[in-house]
Design a protein around this ligand. Sequence first.
Ligand code: GLA
Length: 696
Amino acid sequence: MIETGADGRTWLLSGPRSSYALRLTEHDELLHLHWGPQITLADAEALAAEPLPPARPFESALDGREEYPVEGGPRFVPPALSVRGGGVRGTEWRYRNAAADEDELQLHFFDPVHQLRITLVYRLRGDVIERQVVLVHEGRFGTSEVELLREDPATWTLPARDRWRLSQLHGRWAAESRLVRADLTYGEQVIGSRRGHTGHHHLPWVALDAGEATEESGEVYSCALAWSGSWRVSVHRLPDGTVQITGGSGHDGSGQHLLAPGTAVVTPVFAGLWTDGGFGGASRAWHAYQHAHVIPDAGTPRPVLYNSWEATGFDISEGQQRKLARRAAALGVELFVVDDAWFGERVSDRAGLGDWTPNPDRFPGGLGPLADEVHGLGMRFGIWVEPEMVNPDSDLYRAHPDWVQHQHGRTRTEFRNQLVLDLTREDVRAHLWRRLDGLLSSAPVDYVKWDFNRPFTDVGRPGAAYPQGLWSGHTHALYDLLDRLRQAHPDVAFESCSGGGGRIDLGILSRTDQVWTSDNTDPLDRLAIQHGFSQLHPARVMAAWVTDSPNTQLNGRVSSLCFRFVSAMAGVLGIGGDLTRWTEGELAEARDWVALYKEIRPVVQLGDLYRLRPPGDGLSAVQYVRGDDSVVLAWLRAQAYGEEPAPVRLRGLDPAAAYVCPDTGETYRGAVLLHRGLRTGLTGDLDAAVFRLRRV
Ligand code: GLA
């Protein structure tokens, strides 16, 4: 609900549990009043009536209080908006008007020098507020262009507290989304990506608490950016203890773009959430938001998939894939995905990227015959592509060496022997559309794993005027391509992959169906990655595979099939091991795990997540609750001699109800499970179990 004060200059936005208030002064300064528990319009107006603090030497009364600090004037905080034009820097706006309905508020401002209309948009999505900015150059043809250096969708302002603690998700390739929490000192802490994709190094999310929140209690402020290119989020603690978080697309120096007269730009969404249910409550609210407003068709659970990448690498053939498909189908797999190396001269990572036609030696009749067999086995059929890239050793590059990002007289830097196509070129976009649309029309493809395996380095387009807008233009072109493909092929599902979890954010999640969480499929390492991932994103999009033991891809760790399955069952289950080498006993066990997963899948993928115990040295566990059903997954890393792991206290149950486990028939008291806890019976090293509970 959105309410407007009597003088039309105070606004109150209220979600089911939270409120957000702002005030426009008579000098057209837009001040932040409140973000936290629900308040009334009278409360907001009382806050609005408080005067700004008295002027102090060397201080701006506006700093830390403004909704959207622009560059210029008496402001010294990191600006959310930074523009140049006609030799004038910064912004000085005049308020025009506001428009509000049930769940959206738009505030329109105008800078007469730049002829720039600035619209701040607030959209209520439960307790999540989506913020976005629209910039329109209203100048007549011939007026000077406006250069946009920084155009953040939002600055989020937190109240003054004695202490602030910052939670963030950091990592690197094969070790993504690991949670760290540390005190915030004064000044700016900046995270982001200068790589052209979201990156493995930080998920675009931060959470702040006053040092007192726990998993299940306390105030938590969190923000997440919906953008899949370079980005920057700055968390700034001011001298008075307030915190401002400003973030958006583009890294400093990436040279954004020019806004010509008569054109407009819409920023990505930077969403914010206040909750008082601890970190767990914040995660559940983010998950609910993504289910309701971000993820396409989120109410439909994702199928169990098989992917042979770890088993076969680049050495693939139709016969081998058919054999694997038969084994996978016998396990109950529902989607069979052919990964890399089905196309062009792609027998290693040195060649073939860009040539999206089936390799004739490997697939003499194209992909159709394999797809038909996979369908005949009752599974859906998927393929891997990496459309934004090209190997220099490819027909595409030989025909169009100028189609890659590069600069005159500079080295074309290769990572994994590949270059990045310049998607801001109309001819490149048209080519990709034709190839991908053709591919999806030529064979019955139900699923596309869309990869991106190197960062940007040589961002340039010879001949194009500066700034060339390649950094953000690439991401817009990617979104556009995905949107068009989804529209033309509505039954095809897409997975976002970037060497594992290098492109995971709310922007890509609004146009893909799941993400490849990490190239690290070690079931123990995965627990920490999944713990971090779950802070923001739900299990419904978190792909996880059971692979071979010892782990062939990375660390050689030996683990039981049980431990590997229970680890992967915390998300969208997949299998990625070499099934031709699994014993009859292993295949039979795997069949049972897949059958069990299908039974718990609606609870895992669509239920509420409770992180019961974080991954560590001993026992860790998560729980999912959906209606009367609950599922607990528990893992024991190592047991100290003679020490039985403590019972795990469950959440989200009715203390007055009884719960039965359909596997053992055992009955439990809700109150006992909540207070004393569930005895897992796990022993030894790397043990794991699944517990199902149904309310009687
Ligand atoms: C990336 C992906 C892997 C696999 C390979 C194929 O590394 O993350 O899952 O698809 O590419 O080359």
